[in-house]
Design a protein around this ligand. Structure first.
Ligand code: AMP
Length: 199
């Protein structure tokens, strides 16, 4: 059983590749971004609290994320399958919270996959998605720029954290989605064989 984090900047393809991973490896998918968008679209009390943050491309307050993930860890727990954390943890303090929670269940993060893509390509993808999917946080250059800035300021530190623990796998996220998935599958095979990332 492998517990995996999938991260990357906005537009890197986390959502698409998470779906593939869930289908192929039966991961239990935990995606705060997806869950929050659902709360917003249903206009629940949490949805009302977070709508502004999401729409502006800012991070949602940590307590809301921690609560949501904790509930999912408890209710979604199924024996035999690992967790796939998609777009979470996005800050080092979220890492610490998550690791503490997992430790209480005698579990840990086994690896982090970081999808890497040049920034021009990210902007191109997000703008394309803005036309197709209609996500509020994809609309407008300043929102996209805010998300990119937060990614660089906060989320890259999560990558450094797992690099130091020899758990970071960098994956080239450019190219056709199936090709990118093939690269992730190669990582999964290494993990299932018990191999650490090469430095
Ligand atoms: P995503 O779909 O993962 O790109 O997330 C969409 C939005 O949800 C983000 O821009 C944040 O506003 C919020 N969000 C998702 N994950 C987190 C997180 N781990 N911490 C704080 N906010 C988050």
């Amino acid at each position: 059983m492998i517990n995996l984090i999938l991260l990357g900047p906005p537009g890197a393809g986390k959502g698409t590749q998470s779906k593939n991973l869930v289908q192929q490896y039966k991961f239990i998918h935990i995606s705060p971004g997806e869950s929050l968008r659902e709360q917003v679209s249903k206009n629940t009390p949490i949805g009302q609290q977070v709508a502004e943050y999401i729409n502006e491309g800012k991070l949602v307050p940590p307590a809301i994320i921690a609560d949501m993930v904790e509930k999912q860890l408890l209710t979604l727990k199924k024996d035999g399958y690992g967790f796939l954390f998609d777009g979470f943890p996005r800050t080092v303090s979220q890492v610490i919270t998550l690791e503490k929670k997992l430790a209480t269940q005698n579990q840990q993060i086994d690896a982090m996959v970081l999808l890497e893509i040049p920034e021009v390509e990210l902007f191109r993808r997000v703008k394309l998605r803005a036309q197709i999917a209609g996500r509020a946080d994809d609309q407008g250059d300043h929102k996209i720029a805010t998300r990119m800035r937060i990614y660089h300021e906060e989320t890259t530190l999560v990558g450094l954290y797992y690099a130091k623990k020899d758990k970071l796998f960098r994956v080239d996220g450019e190219g056709e989605r199936d090709v990118v998935f093939g690269r992730i599958v190669a990582v999964m095979e290494q993990l299932l064989d018990g191999v650490s990332p090469s430095r």
